[in-house]
Design a protein around this ligand. Structure first.
Ligand SMILES: *[C@@H]1O[C@H](CO)[C@@H](O)[C@H](O)[C@H]1NC(C)=O
Ligand SMILES: *[C@@H]1O[C@H](CO)[C@@H](O)[C@H](O)[C@H]1NC(C)=O
Length: 749
């Protein structure tokens, strides 16, 4: 560069230089001048540019005006035009070291990521307040996708006043890169899955309370919600209906005590307050201080401490607002409506909001099984998870089932059950679920053979699932219409069987939730690239036998029943036009697959399916859980090597003891036409989806039982195994279960 530059100057020079010394001197002078200019640019260019930038292009604000912003909803919030510490660092996704360039670059807002730039301070929180409120959650890097979804849902519902606490610096970096309002927590808690219920989980609980105290000390009102919540409606107007409330808390109540969107009546709604969703106003500071103090006792669970403190000397709620005095009369408290600030049961299982014809505010993934994968899957089923576009367009394509369920099975499972959970009430539910599992088995085989991603069907159930005996077929105190689509974690072991890569099963099977094709993120191009695989009856004509690629006729391929894996492969993959279609819909899935040619592969397949199911729970009699079974239609041994020779009969827990008093349902009369039944099921599905105007049924039913207290559960727990151990950790886990927040069980060996 310098050389050519010099040469040019030389050529252009108007001065006649003759002597060699003169030439040399001229060159030296030129070099000196050129270096001087370059150095000048280098030394001055940056500062001059920044001066211009900071005064003209992007004026720098020392501190965002404080109180004034409080009322104005986030003027500088979303894209962070705010002050020094609050300024959002536009870090590129790949934080490459920016080379010090002498000339100002045209994209200047680059700042090294510095974790110390994100403290939790009044200056940083004030500008974010939305109508005086800040909504917060926190998470470590392991829950990054939950955090993204949490923010995604909030923003979608119009909330801009939120912050996500980053529990480790990897998380902080991600939050900053995503332009999320965040702060650094410095918790020292592990980056891994906290395992809802583990020691680390407890530790996190304590941080949470201290965090609430810290935020309150900034004199703001704060809505705290756990990372496993999904906000579907802006709650701020709701909270402003109760300006006199110091604390509003969500509840594990399963039966609403109100039929509209008022606060629950108290103490009628007597279940434990759930501290996963709460509002605190500054007046509750003293209460929170005492709460923090109560947690000095390492055995005390944060939620129990909260319940004890808040209920101390409480009054009865008063209409019309249903507020009451708690904490020795010192605080005004309200219980958020359980249908709208919903637990994992009122939202995903009962769908109580829909029954009441109301719009919910938030769903909390509690009362669920299969751990963190189970939570994620529930949000996905409800289309509340923020998955990237590639989730909806896998290169390998998808397999799904057009499930045929005889109306008789659905009708039988729609009959209401009454009383304690005895063996005679199991038949219809298991017949219904096993009918679906048998078909799912065929679809899983097709997915494995074709290498496609499996889209799960909705699974219809009659019985609920719990970690203590059911009553009326439900968690005691709850009622809703049956049969219902149960969350996949009721029946499938998403955490132990489906989620992890387990090479002993063969290749990993990716799967999707049943609402996948209804998700607005599903593209038309993928959704409409369909082909239906119809399984022929024995003796039908024009059925591909699996000796060559099967032709598509009018969007349908017809296959002979019970093909083996190599035949399916030849028909559907190798050189087949089916391979070009994104979605393969299997109709008649029960008969689509016989087995794998290789005995090894067949045994891996069976082993896989044995670990894909979870348990029903709980019977009155101990042990109260029963494993669902993919092979209930034929003689087999299950994962515990228990033999089912003649037919499937339920066995207690992991023992070989048959459940006494089990009544087999009547065998179905020759199954009604598949088409007709599919239609009725679709109608049912449609009904399920629309927000029903059927109003309340549950209020006067068993409210007493709904308040089933923790102590009553003791000794009744249906799930012995992990829960009756003597170690303290396990006892602690039992305490969790009693207070209904947990989930981590039911993943089998
Ligand atoms: C940034 O904020 C301005 C005004 O507050 C708004 O018009 C603009 O759309 C925002 N940009 C982004 C990327 O959010
Ligand atoms: C995808 O196709 C199915 C079946 O044709 C349809 O019911 C569904 O609404 C479609 N989904 C979207 C997002 O358009």
């Amino acid at each position: 560069m310098l050389q050519t530059g010099l040469a040019r100057v030389e050529r252009a020079s108007p001065v006649q230089v003759s002597s060699r010394t003169d030439k040399l001197m001229a060159r030296i002078a030129l070099v000196i001048v050129a270096s001087g200019v370059l150095y000048g640019c280098y030394a001055m260019g940056g500062p001059v540019y920044w001066k211009v930038y900071a005064t003209l292009i992007h004026p720098y604000q020392d501190h965002p005006p404080p109180a004034a912003v409080t009322a104005a909803p986030v003027s500088g919030g979303v894209n962070g035009t705010g002050g020094a510490a609050g300024a959002v660092v536009k870090s590129s996704p790949s934080p490459s070291a920016s080379s010090p360039s002498p000339s100002p670059s045209p994209s200047p807002v680059k700042k090294e990521f510095n974790p110390d730039d994100y403290p939790l301070t009044r200056e940083r929180v004030q500008p974010l307040l939305q109508d005086g409120l800040i909504m917060i959650t926190w998470a470590n890097h392991h829950y990054l996708d939950f955090a993204k979804s949490w923010v995604y849902n909030l923003r979608k519902s119009g909330v801009t006043g939120y912050m996500v606490g980053a529990m480790d610096d990897d998380m902080l970096r991600e939050m900053v890169a995503l332009d999320f309002h965040t702060w650094r927590m410095n918790t020292g808690i592990t980056k891994k899955d906290l395992g809802w219920g583990s020691q680390n989980f407890h530790l996190m609980g304590r941080f949470k309370i201290k965090l609430i105290r810290d935020v309150l000390s900034l004199d703001v009102s704060v809505v705290v919600s756990d990372i496993d919540t999904a906000w579907v409606k802006n709650p701020i107007p709701f909270f402003h209906r109760y300006p006199e409330a110091d604390i509003l808390t969500s509840t594990d109540q399963l039966a609403p005590t109100v039929s509209d969107d008022s606060l629950e009546r108290f103490p009628h709604a007597g279940s434990a307050f759930n501290i996963g969703i709460m509002l605190f106003r500054p007046n509750s500071k003293a209460f929170v201080d005492e709460w923090v103090k109560a947690l000095d006792d390492p055995k005390m669970w944060d939620q129990t401490a909260f319940n004890d403190l808040a209920r101390k000397g409480h009054t009865v709620s008063e209409a019309p607002k249903n507020l009451w005095k708690g904490y020795e009369g010192k605080l005004t408290v309200g219980v958020l409506p359980c249908a709208l600030f919903a637990s994992g049961h009122t939202f995903f299982v009962q769908r109580k909001y829909s029954e009441l014809g109301l719009e919910p505010y938030v769903a909390h993934a509690t009362f669920q099984y299969s751990g963190t994968p189970g939570k994620r899957h529930r949000f996905r089923e409800a289309m509340l998870f923020d998955d990237p576009p590639e989730y909806y367009d896998d290169a390998k394509g998808f397999v799904t089932i057009d499930m045929d369920i005889p109306q008789a099975l659905l009708d039988a499972a729609g009959r209401p059950l009454q009383g304690p959970m005895t063996a005679d009430k199991l038949g219809d539910h298991f017949a219904l679920v096993h009918h679906q599992l048998l078909r799912l088995r065929g679809a899983i085989a097709v997915a494995l053979v074709t290498g496609r991603v499996l889209v799960l069907p909705p699974i219809w159930c009659q019985l609920d699932k719990y970690w203590a005996p059911l009553y009326d077929g439900n968690i005691p105190g709850s009622h809703w219409r049956k049969p219902f689509i149960c969350p996949a974690d009721h029946v499938l072991d998403l955490e132990g069987g489906w989620h992890p890569h387990r090479p002993e099963f063969g290749k990993h099977l990716a799967y999707r939730e049943y609402s996948f094709f209804n998700n607005p993120r599903m593209s038309k191009a993928v959704n409409e690239s369909r082909v239906v695989l119809t399984v022929c009856q024995q003796g039908d004509k024009d059925c591909a036998q699996g000796d060559a690629p099967a032709p598509i006729k009018d969007g349908v391929v017809r296959l002979a029943p019970r093909l083996r894996d190599d035949q399916l492969y030849r028909a559907l993959v190798e050189g087949s036009e089916v391979a070009g279609r994104k979605v393969l819909v299997v109709r008649g899935a029960a008969e689509v697959f016989k087995d794998f040619v290789s005995p090894d592969e067949q045994s891996r397949f069976e082993n896989r399916l044995k670990h894909y199911t979870s348990v029903f729970c709980c019977l009155q009699e101990n042990p109260g859980w029963i494993w669902y079974d993919f092979f209930a239609d034929r003689p087999h041994a299950d994962r515990f090597n228990r033999k089912f020779t003649d037919k499937w009969l339920p066995k207690h827990g992991d023992t070989d003891r048959n459940v006494a008093g089990y009544k087999e349902p009547q065998p179905l009369a020759a199954a009604a036409g598949a088409a007709a039944t599919a239609t009725t099921r679709r109608a049912l599905l449609a009904e399920e989806e629309e927000v029903a105007d059927v109003v309340v049924m549950s209020r006067d039913q068993h409210v007493g039982a709904g308040g089933l207290r923790v102590t009553e559960l003791q000794g009744q727990l249906g799930l012995g195994r992990r829960l009756q151990g003597e170690e303290r950790e396990q006892l602690q886990e039992v305490r969790f279960l009693q207070a209904l927040e947990l989930d981590a069980m039911f993943s089998g060996p």
